[in-house]
Design a protein around this ligand. Sequence first.
Ligand SMILES: NC(=O)c1ccc[n+]([C@@H]2O[C@H](COP(=O)([O-])OP(=O)(O)OC[C@H]3O[C@@H](n4cnc5c(N)ncnc54)[C@H](O)[C@@H]3O)[C@@H](O)[C@H]2O)c1
Length: 352
Amino acid sequence: MTKLRVAIAGAGIGRQHAAAFRQLPERFDLVAICDLSADRRDALARDFSIARTAASFEEVLAYEDVDVVDICTPQSLHFAQALAALAAGKHVICEKPVVGSLAECDALAAAAGDARRHVMPIFNYRFGVGLQKLLRLIGRGVTGKHYLTTAETTWRRGPAYFAVAWRGSRAQAMGGCLLTQAIHAHDAVTLALGPVRSVYGAIATRVNPVETEDCAAATLTFADGSLASLAVTLGSADDTSRLRFHFEHLTAASSLAPYTMTAEPWTWLPASDAAAQRIAEALADFEPRREGFAGQFERFHDAMAAGAPPPVTLADARTSLELLTALYHSAATGSRVDLPIAATHPAYRGWL
Ligand SMILES: NC(=O)c1ccc[n+]([C@@H]2O[C@H](COP(=O)([O-])OP(=O)(O)OC[C@H]3O[C@@H](n4cnc5c(N)ncnc54)[C@H](O)[C@@H]3O)[C@@H](O)[C@H]2O)c1
């Protein structure tokens, strides 16, 4: 397949996207960068030798040679911008959270179907080699029954982080640490363990003078009756992430690296010699692939070339949004929330 021509909108995390596209020169041409801030777009255009800069999102949509618009703007803009890009005939890559409710996610999926274009939500942590190995072990039935998993996202975010005004605003950020920081760890948990049956969630704002939560705790019960415990704070003295999966035949623990905990090194603790052997056999021909943003973009190009769905779909993002909806609703009502969340549920149109 020919190269895909990409325009990035938003030069914050968009800078890391640009670096990832640059690692894949045989698959992507980065042809334009858009940001409201002239300083930010010019700096990114200079650093990555991007020919065109645009001061508005609409300008980018008018570029006929752009195949893919990569939306890296603040989250409250994603839904409208993704709809506009589809209407302009572009494929869409969109940062997390792709939209702010299940209703918006369903509307976006319908719009993508009508436009015959793809929307790929970003879940860059999915492609870490440690997590990919765990997915293989689960898929091959090597792990046995799942008992319990813990996911900790304990990072430090203070005044400098919240100096960017949208981040602490309920209306603009649409949520706090559950939505913005811990979404990746929680996506890794549900990706590995499957459908959630019910949740209890609690949130608090204790670290920063902001409108959004900066501490959260939750209990998940999966469809098979097994459990997970989620813990999140932006008030840790350091930045640490940790996933620990406990199965009948294996305990698998991620590294503590805050932003790359799904990458190796992971610790694999088999429950018996026989399990150790089955794990070694299942991983014997495992071929590590590219990780992070570049790993997701590389797979995206491969999927487009094969006429296949993108490596992360709106259905995947919907699972993450459904968990968020349930957690926020549980925290607001002090009650257990059962999944799936129906279109008649009071939080289907948003948790705010
Ligand atoms: N996947 C990840 O690991 C990861 C990491 C950080 C942020 N994010 C997500 O990326 C998104 C952006 O976050 P950020 O931290 O980079 O924010 P940011 O505020 O640092 O950067 C956003 C940029 O978008 C620009 N912008 C705002 N409105 C715009 C518009 N209408 N058109 C064009 N540009 C516009 C701003 O000027 C700013 O430069 C958020 O959704 C966030 O949750 C994802």
